[in-house]
Ligand binder design. Sequence first.
Ligand SMILES: CC1=C(O)/C(=C\N=C2/C=C(C(=O)O)C[C@@H](O)[C@@H]2O)C(COP(=O)(O)O)=CN1
Ligand SMILES: Cc1ncc(COP(=O)(O)O)c(C=O)c1O
Length: 427
Amino acid sequence: MTGTISDVQAPQSNKTAYDGLRDVVAGGVSSNMRARGVAAPIVVDSARGARVRDVEGNELIDVNMGYGPHIFGYADPDVTEHIAAQFGRGHLTGLPHRLDRRAAELVAELVPGVEQLRFANSGTEALMSAVRLARVLTGRTLVLTFGGHYHGWSETLLRTRECDGYRPRPLAPGMIPEAMAHTLQVGWNDVAAVEAVFEEHGGDLAAVLCEPVLANAGVVAPAPGFLELLRRLTRSAGALLVFDEVITGFRVARGGAQERYGVEPDLTVLSKVMGGGFPVAAFGGPRDAMKPLAQLEAFHAGVYAGNHAAMAAVAASLAKVRSLPALYTELEALGAYAESRVHEAAAAAQRTLQVRRVGSVMSVALTSPATGAVDPGGHRRLQTACQARGVYFHPIPDEPWFLSTAHTRADLDTVAEVLAESLAEVA
Ligand SMILES: CC1=C(O)/C(=C\N=C2/C=C(C(=O)O)C[C@@H](O)[C@@H]2O)C(COP(=O)(O)O)=CN1
Ligand SMILES: Cc1ncc(COP(=O)(O)O)c(C=O)c1O
């Protein structure tokens, strides 16, 4: 057989590799988030457990972990072996597969608010479909979201944090300004603003959509009672409460944020941990909410949606999640240990970090001594220094750290030591 992909000539350095990449891949990446703020790019050769190896052969402890899907670490054999085997048995026929039921039953068993679902390929796709389903169910079009929450890059959900009044602004060039006409946006945990929106627009709202724990603008937990307020107001206004649990699902608790905080939404969107790193997402809810799709009145499609490899990934990942009764206790303890070591590192370097954690997802951001605010430039310099010392986290302070069962306390001690050394040298 002619050369395999592993025969690709390894370039001499990350920079050489990245420059070559940029020649044929626009921006050198297939997601803007991978290039935003990158000072010194890494080009990956492989990843296993809690470590990523670059093309120069450097091995780094990774706390970005591909933005959160790998709760058991990279290349976990309990997951990858099932996916690989499915490829050998055929992974895409465009027909229902026996694995579909197994995967869906595991989601429904673990997530309180899901009785029935549809699978999709990405969080963006699943969120577009969930919002459309909410509009079918209510006959309304207006959707309320929250500043800094990220719900994918679709035309009506990709927006800036800033707003004109309650109207969000499109984030990216080329977006249709009118696309924002059916969405409002207020500040996260802003009770007065939410109540004002319901006072003025309650009868027009199809849905309120949120990350129940904000994890795309640093980590910001819901204020006590805030999710309960959204639940109460949506129910009384006849709007749907939609939880975007792409990050929090199977991450902050076995049943996601809705289990951790005891608030059940009308629709739930899931991805990341659900597939253990394989591209798969889902949206679901009570049978009544899914009826327009069950009766094929509402539209949702996708050639690769729910493909057999994705179903193998979901079934394997969630069977493992289900099989470990102490998993979330251990992840909580690991997160607490990481948080304490990060605080010790900051104290040792006499620097201030903003550290915010929910379970095993934690944001760590360098702050300006003068203002106390997050210092994106300083954070990038800190990230570059840590990366050079063998620890990888994202250069953008919005992007949190994701821990996994592959991270040991010794790894976290190393991360803290590298952080302290780097903080001491970074202006
Ligand atoms: C809460 C939430 C997300 O965090 C989310 C995707 N997150 C990320 C996307 C990234 C990227 O496109 O490269 C990297 C991170 O910025 C972020 O975790 C999505 C979109 O999912 P997808 O990228 O699969 O279309 C929906 N909801
Ligand atoms: C991919 C993506 N788009 C949009 C946003 C929101 O951008 P802004 O910084 O303008 O709030 C974020 C925030 O983290 C994001 O990750």
